[in-house]
Design a binder for this molecule. Sequence first.
Ligand code: FES
Ligand code: FES
Length: 168
Amino acid sequence: MKPVHIEFILNRKPVSADIPADMTALAVIREEAGLTGTKEGCGVGECGACTIEVDGKAVNACLMLGAQLDGTDVLTVEGLAPEPEGSRPGPLHRIQEAFLDNHGVQCGFCTPGILMSTHALLNETPSPDDHQIKKAIAGNICRCTGYQQIFSSVKAACTPEDREGEAV
Ligand code: FES
Ligand code: FES
C-alpha cells in the first residue's frame, strides 16, 4: 500500500511522517511519534482511553485515520502541561493538579483520555455545569474509581475561581 505523507502540529511542534494509508491516528501518535501517554483500550470507539484533542475538540484517536491528521493541530496528554524550562519537569496543568487533589486517579489507564476530554470541554465551555461535565466525560470508561472522584476532579478543574488568571 502506498504510504501517505502527513504534516501536522503535535503538542505545539510541527511533525511529519510517511504512514500506511490504513494506519490509525492512535498508531501515529503512539508508534510513529512515540507518545504512549495516549492509551489503547477497546480500539473501537467505546472506552475513551485514546482521547486526544484535534483542532480543540476531543476525538477518539482509534477511530480516526492517521491521514486525517494532516494539517491539524493535535494535543495529547504529554502536551497538556506547559513546556518545562531546562531539564527539570515543569508544573502540572491545572486539570492534572485537580485530579491529584481529588483522588481522580487509581490505575491511571483511563486518565489521559479523561484529562483530554476535560481540556476540550474547557476549550468550548469555560464554566460548564454538572450536566455538561457529565456529558463531556460520558465516553470515558473507568474500571477503578466509580466516577465520583473523577467527577469531583473535573468539577474542581472547571471551577472558575480556582482558575482565575490561568490560560486553559
Ligand atoms: S481505544 Fe479508542 S475508544 Fe477505546
Ligand atoms: S483509574 Fe483505572 S481505569 Fe480509570
